[in-house]
Design a protein around this ligand. Structure first.
Ligand code: 26Q
Length: 821
């Protein structure tokens, strides 16, 4: 079933025309990259018509628009996904085939736009896909980083970061919109003037400014002609000086301005779940927020609305605290520029802004030093002072005499601006991203706020888009599901997958299902052969942990367990272990030393076990370089076991867990984040759950931890693994290489809690769970059932469901229909 917009002949001609105009080439002599460009421009041309129609309809319908403010949008490759959503993948495949061109190869020519770190950025991308698919007018607003997430190379087992020059060949899907340029001001000082009614006017002087230039990227809805926009801002200097000017002051000022502009959007900070108080980061935040809000306000007025109607027409959803300066910038625009009173402006701001929290870990909370903040954003700082003053007054009224409360809750404290407090004080909605996470927010981390303003708090369990992570990532499985259900409707209604459940008792269906898994394992094995030059056995269990490297995610637990298994195989050759391939993929933040040591350890273990012939290839360890959206799609489809082993209470939700489940992998995990809800959907018997509960973890933390030496002394197998960290087994004889890891588990030198992430505490329980995996997999039919039931039970975890909940509880926006005309 093709969409009628594409005419195959016309499309082929278009490609040939593009090749001629862009490169003076024909299909025969064009390179793959040139073909990718030519095809993408041809696809973009088809998109354009729908894009124009969408904007027209949106205006005509006077829609309320969702503005999703985020420092990160990890969209991944566009070509294949756009074709899927336009329902023309097969047609284009055919059209290209006739020209002797392989669509798959062209897709591989596209660089991933990696404008995000991990979960939070990818969630934003899934949300945009769902918003467009469900028909809600929406804009993503973010930054057009010159360099996205670094590319990872592994050299001698160490991570090396390579700049990601993703725009090198241009990005065919974006549109530059210079007519929407906005000026953004930094620094200087604020002069107060009074008019004849003694109203104060705040005038920023001696500031430096930068132009924010808009680029739009189309976000295509599935099979509905809707095209929303991802708006990303580039920074350009304001060039307004004349070369013939003799005034050297002007000249230097101009050059300075150019420098201010130059580095703002240079690079995405590669920190995941970690706050770094860098001035440039704050600059980036204010830069894209000021540009986005100014243009939103302009658009509002252009559509003929009064500023006071703003809350009926726009909703700003803040993706974590990173865009929270929006609260103060909106106040500034409304009070200083639009002349509203403080109360009026606050009424609008607090009805327009909603905040999503993605973490409870203290090292990720944004707290800006006041001196830095007020120097860079003097007027914004004044506004925050006033917001804080009024907020503190409210706390006083509610809790008279309770100074401790005030200290705990105020926005400004100890010379810092606490962004989460600003977000909660201003927003009308505060949500967590999985049920357990929201409960922890309400009753632990944000207890004071929940007690004072319970009506603001709500949960929105994350989801992922099945268009990318099932239809595009796993065409084999998608076709099989279509065949079994007799419909493709699960593309927009994932709950339909539950109709697969009866097939869990159908031997034929089970073997087909596992046959598809095997094909996907072959695809991944080929990828691994090509990139790692390692042969993996597709009949082995593919046990996968792919996610950012972080101590709380416990890749260390996984690799220590691999070391344990290897020891067992050597010591007890009579014991039987099912063949297993442990697959890792993870980027460490550039400055995160411990994380980098763990990557090195994984690679050292791989080196040793992969080259030990005595274990007959029963155990392989593979570290996939440069884990990113494009190879994630191949990896999820091929996984048997999904490792979701964070220390309970630390992973707010997780979304990789959902992508694995969708593709028929079985979760091996802790009761953390959305794992709790996954188990609820699929049944505990169809997952492998282990480890401390979040209550237990929180309890230990409150009591200063536990004594890991007890475990070291009592369990000789664990002891052996720990000793191997410092006896040279895995450091090519270097006994010091993993000393820090060893110390962190047993006796940290910096006085912090030993084994902060409860790796040794959970080890035995993890080992048991791993043994259960082994036993379950031996019973091929039992495993097939479990795997199929995971796919069949993943309906809840579509981001379509998540978005409908945001709409119903927070946004209250309406669907539109983009007509055929
Ligand atoms: C903050 C300040 C300065 C520099 C960087 C940062 C920064 C950047 C990225 C802080 C945090 C992040 C990313 C956080 C993140 O990805 N959180 C994840 O969000 C997912 C979507 O909700 C959840 O599923 C994950 O559990 C959560 O870890």
């Amino acid at each position: 079933m093709f969409d009628t917009r594409f005419d195959k002949k016309k499309f082929q001609t278009e490609i040939q025309e593009n090749l001629k105009n862009l490169f003076r080439k024909s299909v025969e002599d064009a390179s793959s990259q040139e073909l990718f460009q030519a095809v993408s421009f041809a696809v973009k041309e088809v998109i354009m018509d729908d894009w124009m129609k969408t904007k027209k309809t949106e205006k005509k319908e006077e829609s309320k628009v969702v503005v999703y403010l985020s420092m990160e949008f990890l969209v991944g490759r566009a070509l294949g996904n756009n074709l899927i959503n336009m329902k023309n993948y097969k047609m284009v495949e055919e059209a290209l085939d006739e020209l002797g061109v392989d669509l798959n190869a062209l897709e591989d020519e596209e660089r991933d736009p990696a404008l995000g770190n991990g979960g939070l950025g990818r969630l934003a991308a899934c949300f945009l896909d769902s918003l467009a698919t469900l028909g809600y007018p929406a804009y993503g607003c973010g930054i057009r980083y010159r360099y996205g997430m670094f590319r990872q190379k592994i050299e001698e087992g160490y991570q090396k970061e390579i700049p990601d020059d993703w725009l090198m060949n241009g990005y065919p899907f974006e549109l530059r919109r210079p007519e929407y340029t906005q000026e953004v001001r930094f620094g200087g000082n604020i002069r107060v003037e009074h008019d004849e009614f003694n109203n104060a006017k705040f005038i920023q002087e001696n500031y430096q400014s930068v132009n924010a230039v808009l680029y739009e990227i189309p976000i295509i809805g599935y099979n509905n002609h809707m095209v929303n926009s991802l708006c990303v801002w580039d920074a350009e200097p304001i060039v307004n000086f004349r070369l013939d000017s003799f005034d050297s002051g002007d000249y230097y000022k101009a050059v300075e301005q150019e420098n201010v502009a130059r580095n703002i959007v240079d690079v995405l900070y590669p920190n995941d779940n970690h706050y770094a108080g860098k001035e440039l980061r704050l600059k980036q935040q204010y830069f894209f927020i000021s540009a986005s809000l100014q243009s939103a306000l302009k658009a509002l007025k252009e559509r003929g609305y009064a500023v006071k109607e703003m809350d009926k027409k726009i909703i700003f959803q803040m993706n974590d605290t990173h865009p929270t300066v929006a609260v103060a910038e909106l106040m500034r625009l409304l009070v200083d520029e639009e002349g509203l009173s403080w109360e009026e402006a606050w009424g609008i701001t607090s009805k327009c802004c909603a905040y999503t929290n993605h973490t409870i870990m203290s090292e990720a909370l944004e707290k800006w030093p006041i001196d830095l903040f007020s120097r860079l954003l003097p007027r914004i700082y004044q506004i925050i002072q006033e917001i804080d003053r009024r907020f503190v007054e409210q706390i006083h009224q509610r809790y008279p005499g309770n100074e401790e409360k005030v200290r705990r809750m105020s926005i400004l404290c100890d010379g810092q601006v606490r962004m989460a407090h600003l977000a909660i004080a201003a927003a009308f909605s505060v949500n967590g991203v999985a049920r357990l996470h929201t409960e922890i927010l309400k009753h632990q981390e944000l207890k004071d706020f929940y007690e004072m303003m319970p009506e603001k708090f709500n949960n929105k369990t994350n989801g992922v888009t099945q268009r990318r992570f099932l239809l595009h990532a796993n065409p084999e499985l998608s076709n099989w599901i279509t065949d079994k259900l007799g419909t493709e409707d699960f593309a927009t209604n994932l709950e339909l997958l539950e109709n697969l459940k009866p097939l869990a008792d159908n031997d034929n269906a089970l073997s087909e299902f596992m046959g598809i898994k095997r094909k996907n394992k072959e695809r991944l094995a080929a990828y691994i052969k090509k990139h790692n030059n390692i042969e993996v056995d597709v009949d082995s269990i593919f046990d996968v942990q792919v996610k950012r490297l972080h101590e709380y995610k416990r890749q260390l637990l996984n690799i220590l367990h691999v070391m344990y298994v290897y020891n067992q195989m050597k010591e007890h050759p009579e014991k039987s272990y099912y063949k297993r391939t442990y697959i890792f993929g993870a980027k460490a933040s550039a400055g995160y030393t411990r994380a980098k040591e763990i990557i090195k350890l994984i690679n050292s273990v791989a080196e040793v076990v992969n080259n030990d012939r005595s274990i007959n290839g029963k155990l392989k360890v593979v570290f996939i370089e440069d884990y990113r959206v494009s190879n994630a799609e191949i990896i999820f489809a091929a996984a048997d076991v999904s490792e979701q082993i964070s220390t309970a209470s630390k992973e707010a939700s997780g979304t990789g867990n959902m992508k694995f489940m969708m593709n028929g992998a079985v979760t091996l995990g802790t009761m953390d984040g959305a794992n709790v809800e996954i188990v609820e959907e699929v049944g505990r018997e169809n997952a492998f759950i282990f480890g401390l509960s979040s209550e237990e973890v929180i309890h230990f933390e409150k009591n200063g931890g536990y004594n890991p030496w007890d475990i070291y002394n009592q369990d000789q197998d664990i002891r052996k693994v720990l000793d191997q960290l410092v006896d040279g087994t895995y450091g090519n004889g270097d006994k010091e290489l993993y000393r820090n890891i060893y110390d962190s588990l047993l006796s940290p030198k910096d006085g912090s809690m030993a084994d902060m992430y409860f790796i040794l505490k959970d080890f035995a329980s993890y080992r048991d769970a791993q043994e259960q995996v082994d036993a379950a997999y031996r019973d091929q039919k039992r495993w097939a059932k479990m795997a199929l039931l995971n796919t069949a039970s993943c309906g809840k975890f579509s981001s379509d469901r998540t978005i409908e909940e945001y709409v119903a509880d927070i946004w209250h926006s309406k669907k539109i229909k983009v007509g055929e005309e």
